[in-house]
Design a protein around this ligand. Sequence first.
Ligand code: ADP
Ligand code: MG
Length: 400
Amino acid sequence: MPAFKTLDDLPADLSGKVALVRVDLNLPMKDGSATDVTRVEAAKPTILELTDKGAKVLLLAHFGRPKGQRSSTLSTSFVQDAVEDVLGKEVMFISEVSGPVVEQSLGILRNGDIGLLDNVRFWPGEEANDPDFARAMAEHGDLYVNDAFSAAHRAHASTEGLAHLLPAYAGRAMEAELKALDAALGSPEQPVAAVVGGAKVSTKLDVLENLVGRVRHLIIGGGMANTFLAARGVDVGKSLCEHDLTATANRIMDEADHAGCTVHLPYDVVVAKEFAANPPSMRTCNVHEVAEDEMILDLGPQAVEALGDVLKTCRTLVWNGPLGAFETEPFDTATVALAKTAAALTESGSLISVAGGGDTVAALAHAGVKDDFTFVSTAGGAFLEWMEGKDLPGVAALSA
Ligand code: ADP
Ligand code: MG
């Protein structure tokens, strides 16, 4: 893991200092209020640690996609209440991110107070990573803290540019995320298993390419498994399948072979003639027995048992993508069962389990094991780019 500074590297007393703190306040909203404040809760320890040290904290965040223009509906003032509720402190809303309004506000804020700057994406310099724009923001701060891993795959002024202009630190949530991801794929305990599921191979090609060279077991599930089965000559009926990617699937399996990585495809599957909850045509069969008018919607019980046995031989698991069409009963069965096995192995101390991805997080929550994994990343795009083995500019800038 590249070295980066954390809040541990800060002096005990930050009175008189201004900390520019990049956080994720892109909260889901309904009728003008936040419906989920998880992201604020994630940033809370960092914010309060800085205010406890006496710093004036300026929160810097994006909210929606205003595309470089002020928008009356996308001001961060809409999340001010949520931020105050979670922090249990008053927060001053500041309608700019630089200039005299920010300077005057800093004159009013006392040590340990918090200001909330407006949506940084109102200014085109943010997404362009314009050095002048970053410099104008940096003018107001003595240090920069990035606690928004979810935005770290973007090289923007507030996620990347600022880190080069001020002493830069990873916040506590960022630090936890980086440590967990490093434990999963950076310098993991061996052997490592990866579960890659979800709908399509085409959206996860880079993930697969990166993983075959790094893990001992590659477990392929979901609609993606259909493409791999088809590549092996299995007739998958009318299953979701990218027939144009069978050559790619074969190449990935060859690469895995060379790298000493075992690719696990299911022996048995759950099929149905129509995609609906509990369809009467549903049955479990061997992958070689799928009829022309049937589609594969989940892995079968034998496959799940075999995969559970694989996990029992591993020390580390990294998981992205559900094993079946888990939103529709009972095609959540394989995902829920394997998730519970992984949770139990984690609990007993034999497995380090790290998972991420929008639908994966929803599936683990549905299985009731989200809190039983070692770490579940809610970072979405940043998590996937990390699984692809890409350097995240926001992280790289912290270690520069
Ligand atoms: P994530 O958001 O965790 O990265 P994806 O978006 O790649 O995951 O994939 C999730 C989707 O894959 C879910 O909507 C699920 O219904 C779908 N899926 C999984 N298995 C199948 C299958 N056999 N047939 C059709 N869709 C599937
Ligand atoms: Mg998804």
